[in-house]
Design a protein around this ligand. Structure first.
Ligand code: NDP
Ligand code: 1BO
Ligand code: 1BO
Length: 316
């Protein structure tokens, strides 16, 4: 796939969603963010220049993220200049739990609205479900009912945009009647996830690339192709991976708990990956997901999902 740059689009530090709202192109990820989350969020905003933070109820750090946001606002950053995303967890994917879940998230984040509220995974789990789930712990998911309640949050001004994560083209098509659906999907040179990106582009839907560095498990910063391109461009491997995502026209939410890397990961403007190096990155072998969802949602004996392929509608 040619990069957005190669297709003549201008480099941009933000994207405009279908709703007309603006999303900063780089956000700070907070999954497995650890004990320094509040300080990391504050540093990211006040020192590194981030204006976008991605979190989730399931990450268990919303209170800390909220403390970091509060400190940044006390230091003079306006709420309206920040873009805060959170996600509803799988145990709460029933219409009547949507609003209370959002209210808890807002309370923990010390905010009165979210910029983006996402369905974290399109599977409903029973409260207290095991990993991997035991028989009967993956429940029926009323996708349209939950979505309607999320739309009500937008109508009531509690959330500016709503979206989904970890969707397939099949599932996305079910929701396509709705206006704007910014999805967050795993994307890096080791899992390009082209089908969903192309389907979203076709519908004019903005995509955020999560785990852009390959997450902790696959960390592509040590991949020889990435290292070679980084050396050539005099950039770090992390910057090259983040820029690769931006050049595909996605926003990107790298996570780091280290101040230096938090700062490094947003220094990705004013230069570009040349087309041949971009293509070399696209050719990295081993095109596989890191987050298969298998541990969370697959019960090989009892189902309802008996394999990761079933979770992803056999689209991989
Ligand atoms: P990333 O791809 O962001 O990788 C994070 C790992 O890379 C950490 O081990 C981090 O270590 C390390 N790292 C960070 N910066 C650099 C660098 N410059 N050079 C080398 N290594 C680096 O993984 P995530 O899976 O955390 O994805 C990012 C964010 O996306 C998540 O935190 C979360 O907010 C979101 N996400 C959303 C999902 C969804 O379902 N919607 C699923 C998965 C992620 P260290 O902290 O020590 O720097
Ligand atoms: C279990 C949560 C995966 C990262 O979003
Ligand atoms: C569309 C996903 C944005 C994450 O912050």
């Amino acid at each position: 796939m040619a990069s957005a740059k190669a297709m003549g689009q201008m480099e941009q530090d933000h994207f405009v969603l279908k709703s007309g709202h603006t999303m900063p192109a780089i956000g700070l990820g907070t999954w497995r963010a650890g004990s320094d989350t509040a300080e990391n969020v504050q540093t990211a905003i006040t020192e590194a220049g981030y204006r976008h933070v991605d979190t989730a109820a399931q990450y268990g750090v919303e209170k800390e993220v909220g403390q970091g946001l509060k400190a940044a606002m006390e230091a003079g950053i306006d709420r309206k200049d920040l873009f805060v995303t959170s996600k509803i967890w799988c145990t709460n994917l029933v219409p009547e739990r949507v609003r209370p879940s959002l209210e808890n998230t807002l309370k923990d984040l010390q905010l009165d609205y979210l910029d983006l509220y996402l369905i974290h995974w399109p599977f409903r789990l029973k409260d207290g479900a095991h990993m991997p789930p035991e028989a009967g712990e993956v429940l029926e998911f009323d996708m349209e009912g939950v979505w309607r309640e999320m739309e009500n949050l937008v109508k009531d001004g509690l959330v500016k945009d709503i979206g989904v994560c970890n969707y397939t083209v099949t599932k996305l098509n079910r929701l396509m009647q709705s206006a704007g659906i910014p999805p967050a999907m795993e994307m890096h040179p080791g899992w390009k996830n082209k089908k969903i990106l192309e389907a979203c582009k076709k519908h004019g839907i903005h995509v955020t690339a999560y785990s852009p560095l390959g997450s902790s498990e696959k960390n592509l910063a040590h991949d020889p192709v990435v290292e070679k391109v980084a050396n050539k461009l005099n950039k770090t491997p992390g910057q090259v991976l983040i820029k690769w995502s931006l050049q595909r026209g996605t926003s990107v939410i790298p996570k780091s708990s280290k101040d230096e890397r938090i700062k490094e990961n947003i220094q990705v403007f004013g230069w570009e990956i040349p087309e041949d190096d971009f293509e070399a990155l696209c050719s990295i072998k081993d095109d596989k997901r890191v987050l298969t969802g298998e541990e969370l949602f697959v019960n090989k004996t009892h189902g309802p999902y008996k394999s990761a392929a079933e979770l992803w509608d056999h689209e991989d």
